[in-house]
Design a protein around this ligand. Structure first.
Ligand code: GLN
Length: 489
């Protein structure tokens, strides 16, 4: 599929209609889904209606925005009015929200066409999308491998061009890690930039919605559309939203003005040498584009993972208390009393990983342990944030690998939660500090699997991330490679 700008041009020049573009996406979904399983639900009828509304506007000579008529996938943890929102959990199997999330509402308002809801790890807890209660999504580059997670459905759908762009959510890496594994661009904005209203909460102080796209420019266009202050989210930032896609330049000149820091601690033990090599080459490329390269130390970066696995489960244990069979979602039948209804509902409705997190979180927050675990983790979170603050006194943007490895085989890590958690080692500190970060393709391993380069920016410096990513992308050809499943189709 073409880029947003190309499709927009075709629409306004009446070369193709929005209905035709949408139909192309729906046809591809129909052809590829038996192999990929990226979507939990395809909203074909609604999509064609939305597309034909765009065509009516074009026929009437009205101006349309860049995203009007563009097929989009939405991670199934964002509430969509009248369309099932399951979070890939049995407990929300029949839940149809009575309201729309702010991010998806903004897209609907400008005529973007939602083609369906994408698969995820249950309640966004996981790194491979294997924790979905419904299906395992395949990696388009190798169907025996996982697409990453938790937004694996969105990443696979964009990589296989079942839709042009998609939304995901990122609590500890759930946009960037699957973007890296599927060879696409994925972006986690500054905490508070995109409203969380209608995003089903996992860990509220870490969750952010962000874009998936095949190109940096498409990701920038999508972020500009969904960002912005929302009175319905008390953590939403009151800031003006730039047009991130405007004025992107193909280089980083004047030479030496933009300073990029390599995070020293992300290299070494545990890092796949092929990933290390690709990232090192990418840094050379950034230097030749005009950036000044520095080596930066973030000594507390390595405490990110243990800190996250106290804070995220703690918040999750509180957020998930609402699924009790009373208000909405699944309710266990034939319980004798209220307590047994609660426990039976939660025992049957939640999967293993979700239960594990609820138990860890409840433990960490309980009286007597709170100071030792939760409070301590909050203090370490501040230290990690201070490492980043110090780094940004010297450089503008930080770089490191997105994940220590490329995509692994389905089933490879399901029995060992710790090894699964480790795949987010390099993305998690960014969420703890609330910073923006982007992953984009920077190479392939010897099995033809994509490798991701992670760029981390200072608070609200999404513009710089897009600029660095764009210059890199335009000077390389990784983003032009397509998985066989697309080429062969
Ligand atoms: N993989 C991490 C986890 O399991 C991050 C998930 C996310 O970002 N939603 O919690």
């Amino acid at each position: 599929m073409a880029s947003i700008r190309e499709l927009h041009q075709q629409l306004i020049e009446k070369e193709r209609s929005a209905v035709e573009i949408t139909q192309e996406a729906l046809d591809r979904i129909q052809a590829l889904e038996p192999k990929l399983h990226s979507f939990l639900c395809v909203t074909a009828e609604q999509a064609l209606e939305q597309a034909s509304a765009v065509d009516v506007k074009i026929a009437a000579g009205e101006e349309i925005g860049l995203l009007a008529g563009i097929p989009i996938g939405i991670k199934d943890n964002m509430c969509t009015k009248g369309v099932p929102t399951t979070c890939a959990s049995r407990i929300l199997e029949n839940f149809v929200p009575p309201y729309e999330s702010t991010a998806t509402q903004k897209l609907a308002d400008i005529g973007a066409v939602m083609v369906g809801k994408t698969n995820l790890d249950e309640f966004a807890m996981g790194s491979s999308t294997e924790n979905s209660a419904y299906q395992v999504t395949a990696n388009p580059w190798d169907l025996s491998r996982i697409p990453g997670g938790s937004s694996g459905g969105s990443a696979a759908a964009v990589s296989s061009q079942e839709c042009v762009v998609a939304l995901g959510s990122d609590t500890g890496g759930s946009i960037r890690q699957p973007a890296s594994f599927c060879g696409v661009v994925g972006m986690k904005p500054t905490y508070g930039l995109v409203s969380r209203y209608g995003l089903v909460a996992y860990a509220s102080s870490l969750d952010q919605i962000g874009p998936f796209a095949n190109t940096v420019e498409d990701a920038a266009i999508l972020l500009s559309a969904i960002a912005g202050y929302d009175p319905k989210d008390s953590t939403s930032l009151k800031v003006a939203i730039p047009n991130y896609a405007a004025n992107l330049k193909p280089d980083l000149k004047p030479r030496g003005q933009l300073k990029i820091g390599i995070i020293k601690e992300t290299f070494g033990e545990g890092l796949d040498p092929v990933v290390e090599q690709a990232v090192t080459k990418a840094v050379d490329q950034l230097q030749s584009l005009g950036a000044e390269i520095h080596i930066i130390s973030c000594p507390r970066f390595r405490y990110g993972l243990p800190t996250y696995y106290i804070i995220a489960p703690s918040e999750a244990s509180a957020n998930l208390a609402r699924y009790d069979g009373v208000k909405y979602g699944y309710r266990a039948p034939n319980a004798d009393n209220l307590l047994s209804m609660y426990t039976r509902t939660r025992a049957a409705g939640f999967g293993t990983e979700v239960k594990r997190r609820i138990m860890i979180g409840t433990y960490a927050l309980s009286a007597g342990y709170y100071d030792a675990y939760y409070l301590k983790a909050q203090k370490v979170r501040t230290l990690i944030k201070q490492d980043f603050e110090k780094a940004f006194q010297t450089v503008d943007v930080l770089v490191c690998p997105t994940s220590p490895t490329t995509a692994f085989k389905a089933g490879e890590k399901t029995t060992d939660p710790l090894s699964m958690y480790l795949t987010d080692l390099m993305t998690i500190p960014v969420n703890l500090a609330g910073l923006p970060s982007l992953s984009l393709p920077c190479g392939f391993d010897d099995q033809g699997l994509p490798i991701g380069l992670q760029l981390i920016g200072n608070v609200l410096r999404e513009d710089q991330l897009f600029q660095v990513a764009y210059a890199y992308e335009q000077s390389t050809s990784w983003h032009l490679r397509k998985p066989q499943i697309v080429v062969g189709h």
